[in-house]
Design a protein around this ligand. Structure first.
Ligand code: HEM
Length: 490
């Protein structure tokens, strides 16, 4: 009996010792010094670093509480994660914020890798981006841009300044709501079109704010979140978003609602749920899956495209020569007299596409991609990365790496004149949409949305700053330009 007791007491110590022995053979990535227990938590504000961190190299290991996190900031290391080890690195970590906005990971963007994620992703790709719907989506984008041109023309005639952030978030929000959820934002009973950017800001708070329980899983973390009131703050922010998503769902479930031939993605999923109730399939879609999908489409679709557009106008206002060159190309190719432009007009523009590419390089909407988590042990650039380590890919820094780009901080679309580098996930120096299994499924839609809106803005209007404003004033601290811009009729 005594021997068995001794064995039971010693067993955990032996296991810890063996684990340590195994880990001591590992070559872990370098990183800033860590304090006992909290690791790098005291540096949460400045880490992970946005720019290249030459001091520690392109693969850096951090530890926030109990959570190990690796930051990748070189093209070669990104290629290893996203191409060579894509399967081992394609899960997502769980945090309190992402659990909420994904409705318990019943979505696409934050769901861990597995059968449910595969089924949801296939559904969204098939339904949102099928060829049979291309013409329908195209007409929605064209109609919404016509409305924008009308609104901006009125502002130009009265020489009133334009609030870029509100205007472009409303444009993108109205397109995404019609395509994804089948309702017209301008006539909507449950949301004011001007509050779209505020809602997106709230979702970003949820994604970005960290909870103690994210770093100290279990009782201690949850207790500190509760005492500090962080839980309550979180719930308050989430409740506005949840109300909006619930309204979208109720709108679809209204008795007697007529579903058009070109039903939106939510109608399709509701019909699948009804069908499954009869068939008894093994993967059951639920209301949480529906809300997770609404959350994904809204959050992933709106802020990315809108902030890219805002940056495009901002850079062009700051770089008048490029603005002149691109407008000359557009107006010469399309002719000067069009009252309305269509997506067909995008086809013959060359320099314009380079301008868009340069915007995606300098201002990737998701600078660290969405965080990944390793499913098993991998080696990146010769370093050991254990299973269940978070990985962030700093595509912002890679796209400004002086080893890859000449004058990297300069806005210069001409750099792509003789280059075959593209941004669709195959060139690892330019990854605004990510790459591999978790690459953005809305890429085609996002690109068309950005290109067509920008074409309208540049064909019909001349842009500049309101009197006495300087270019830098249209940039805010959190990286998105929000200021007022003067619009003049061409
Ligand atoms: C300019 C526009 C857009 C940009 C720059 C962008 C960028 C991204 C990036 C960087 C990721 C993470 C990829 C990774 O982790 O490797 C992502 C994921 C995602 N995007 Fe987009 N996106 C855009 C538009 C859209 C649109 C319009 C939709 C849908 C309506 C969409 C839906 C999604 C979804 C569902 C995911 C999660 C994919 C997964 O985890 O499997 N995105 N996007």
């Amino acid at each position: 009996m005594a021997i068995i007791l001794c064995f039971l007491i010693l067993l955990p110590l032996i296991l810890i010792f063996l684990k340590k022995l195994k880990h001591s053979k590992w070559k872990l990535p370098p990183g800033p010094p860590k304090l006992p227990f909290i690791g790098n938590l005291h540096q949460l504000q400045e880490l992970p670093p946005r720019n290249l961190n030459h001091k520690y190299g392109p693969v850096i290991l951090l530890r926030f509480g109990f959570v190990p996190l690796v930051v990748i900031s070189s093209k070669e290391a990104a290629e290893e994660v996203l191409k060579i080890h894509d399967l081992e690195c394609c899960s997502r970590p769980e945090t309190a914020g992402t659990r909420k906005i994904s409705y318990n990971f019943k979505d696409i963007g934050f769901a861990p890798y597995g059968e449910e994620w595969k089924a949801m992703r296939k559904l969204s790709v098939v339904e949102l981006f099928t060829a049979k719907k291309h013409q329908y989506f195209r007409s929605i984008r064209e109609e919404e841009n016509d409305l924008l041109v009308k609104k901006l023309t009125e502002l130009a005639l009265t020489r009133s300044p334009v609030n870029l952030k509100k205007t472009l978030f409303t444009l993108v929000g109205s397109i995404v709501c019609r395509i994804g959820f089948g309702f017209n934002l301008h006539e909507c009973e449950f949301i004011d079109e001007n509050s779209i950017s505020d809602l997106v800001d709230k979702s970003e708070i949820l994604e970005m704010t960290s909870m103690f329980s994210d770093f100290f899983p279990g009782g201690i973390g949850r207790f500190i979140d509760w005492i500090s009131g962080q839980n309550k703050r979180f719930d308050n922010v989430f409740s506005d978003l949840d109300t909006f998503f619930q309204n979208i769902l109720d709108y679809h479930l209204k008795p007697g609602r007529k579903v058009a031939d070109s039903s939106d993605i939510i109608d399709v999923v509701i019909n699948m749920i009804k069908k499954q109730e009869k068939d008894g399939d093994s993967f059951k879609l639920t209301t949480d899956h529906l809300k997770g999908m609404i959350s994904d489409i809204f959050l992933a679709g709106v802020s990315t495209s809108a902030s890219t557009l805002i940056w495009a106008i901002t850079e062009l206002v700051r770089n008048r020569k490029v603005m002149k060159k691109v407008q000359e190309e557009i107006r010469t190719t399309l002719g000067d007299k069009k009252e309305r432009i269509t997506e067909q007009d995008l086809t013959n523009l060359h320099y314009f596409k380079l301008v868009v590419k340069e915007i995606f390089r300098l201002h990737p909407a998701v600078p660290f991609l969405l965080p990944r988590e390793t499913l098993s042990h991998v080696k990146i650039q010769g370093y050991d990365i254990p299973a269940k380590t978070q990985i962030m890919i700093n595509v912002y820094a890679i796209a400004r790496d002086p080893k890859l780009w000449t004058n990297p901080d300069e806005f210069n679309p001409d750099r792509f004149l003789d280059s075959s580098i593209d941004y669709k996930g195959l060139n690892f120096e330019l990854l605004p949409f990510g790459s591999g299994r978790r690459i953005c499924p809305g890429m085609t839609m996002g690109i068309t949305l950005v290109e067509f809106a920008l074409l309208n803005l540049l064909y019909f209007f001349d842009w500049g700053l309101p009197e006495k404003e300087e270019a830098d004033k249209i940039i805010t601290g959190n990286g998105v330009a929000v200021g007022l811009v003067q619009v003049l009729l061409h």
